[in-house]
Design a protein around this ligand. Structure first.
Ligand code: HAM
Length: 403
């Protein structure tokens, strides 16, 4: 038997209901915040991710589905959504147009990670990206939007916040951190030694317990921010306080993608095991420029749909639509015709096999239809149809015209 690839799942039946319920809810809320849908391709040039997510990141360094296509182009399946949206933003010259542009998207992302619970190789994200707003109020808006989506879905969370500083304060902090890490170079893990050369700040995110113990005494980003970054961070926390959104400041939260500056945040759940991040994002004011666009401030987030599907509290499913069946073979053509007409404005499930009323009622129940409608020889003769309301259990026979 051929099975799906490791870490790549089918989504059907009840899972699909959760999946679409999530997307419908998140879409509704993103639209309330003034965001518009954008679709970008699953395949992009590999260089797009190298230049944005960063060559030193695990995503680009270890996890890309990268290959050369028949035309000799170095391409890859997108590991995340931001880079493609930024590419589209520049390609459509929206950076030159100026003004504010707000997009949301959802779709499959691909990372060649070791599959485990909550960690897939093909997974789905819902994300938003906002361009052209420098104000930290937009960062707060992002966080409030995630919070609104999670609230609507009945999902509890912990919000972790950090500021990664800007071009003013980050370089001097980097120097201090490198100095600190070099002092303990003999005791840190190999990954951290590599990070020291590629992207030192990522040592703070190391999962190795003994490294983490050493870094407790490392200089803290939060204590090395310039006055503007500090002011923005204070404003952000005030807005969150004013709007009753609880947060924890995590000075080690550096995120796994290189494009962030200033605000970084992650929403985590304590109910889904070790892969606990359910959403993450932050500001990336320099990325548009890095990818050859006009300097444009930007901020965004993405939510992991599969992780959220485990947590969603689904609303009670209401019975809906019609189940239509025939009690003998002669009535089948008529029910097809009746169903076709009824489908102009209703959900209709048709059973093509004739059977007795009891079996039709049983089958109708399984489809979750609100009405079971049946035609037999008697109804054929009179031009009628027998209808039972499966909620209040009332029954009646009506003319086909009235039906
Ligand atoms: P990210 O933190 O890499 O950020 O991914 C966002 C979310 O995708 C995670 O919080 C997690 O829920 C989900 N996720 C990531 N990897 C996997 C996986 N292997 N299996 C299942 N779920 C996963 C980004 O991708 C950024 N583009 C977010 C962003 C948008 N920043 C600014 N704008």
């Amino acid at each position: 038997m051929i099975t799906s690839l490791r870490g790549m799942n089918d989504i059907l039946s009840d899972d699909y209901k959760r999946f679409t319920y999530f997307i419908d809810t998140a879409t509704k809320i993103a639209q309330r915040y003034g965001f518009h849908f954008i679709e970008t391709p699953l395949l992009e040039e590999t260089s797009l991710f190298k230049r944005s997510v960063g060559e030193s990141s695990d995503i680009v360094g270890k996890e890309m589905y990268q290959f050369v296509d028949k035309g000799g182009n170095d391409i890859c399946l997108r590991p995340e959504g931001t880079a493609g949206v930024v590419r589209a933003f520049i390609q459509k010259k929206l950076d030159r147009a100026g003004g504010v542009h707000r997009f949301f998207y959802h779709g499959a992302m691909f990372r060649y990670e070791r599959p485990q619970k909550g960690r897939l190789r093909q997974f789905h994200q819902f994300g938003v990206e906002s361009f052209g707003v420098e104000s930290v109020y937009e960062d707060a808006n992002m966080i409030m939007m995630v919070s609104d989506i999670l609230k609507e879905l009945g999902i509890g969370y912990r919000l972790q916040l950090n500021s990664l500083g800007c071009i003013e304060c980050m370089p001097s902090y980097r120097k201090k951190l490198i100095h600190f890490v070099q002092e303990c170079k003999d005791t840190i893990c190999e990954d951290c030694i590599r990070r020291l050369d590629t992207n030192p700040i990522r040592v703070l995110d190391c999962k190795n317990g003994s490294c983490q113990e050493l870094y407790i005494n490392a200089p803290k980003l939060m204590q090395n921010l310039c006055s503007e970054c500090e002011k923005d961070f204070t404003t952000l926390t005030k807005i969150l306080d004013d709007n009753a959104i609880a947060y924890e400041i995590n000075t080690n939260l550096v995120r796994g993608l290189d494009y962030y500056s200033k605000t970084a945040f992650e929403f985590v759940s304590d109910n889904i095991g070790s892969q606990s991040a359910i959403a993450g994002g932050g500001r990336y004011d320099r990325l548009v420029e890095f990818l050859d666009g006009r300097p444009t401030p930007a901020v965004g987030f993405a939510m992991g749909i599969e992780r959220l599907m485990e947590l969603i509290k689904m609303p009670e499913v209401k019975k809906e639509g019609y189940y239509i069946g025939a009690m003998d073979d002669e009535s089948i053509d008529t029910i097809i015709k009746v169903a076709h007409k009824k489908r102009e404005s209703n959900l209709v499930i048709v059973d093509y096999k004739s059977k007795n009323l009891k079996n039709h009622l049983k089958a109708a129940d399984k489809t979750n239809a609100k009405y079971c409608a049946v035609i037999g020889s008697e109804e054929m003769k009179n031009g009628t149809i027998w209808v039972k309301n499966l909620e209040d259990k009332t029954e009646k026979t009506v003319t086909l015209e009235d039906f």
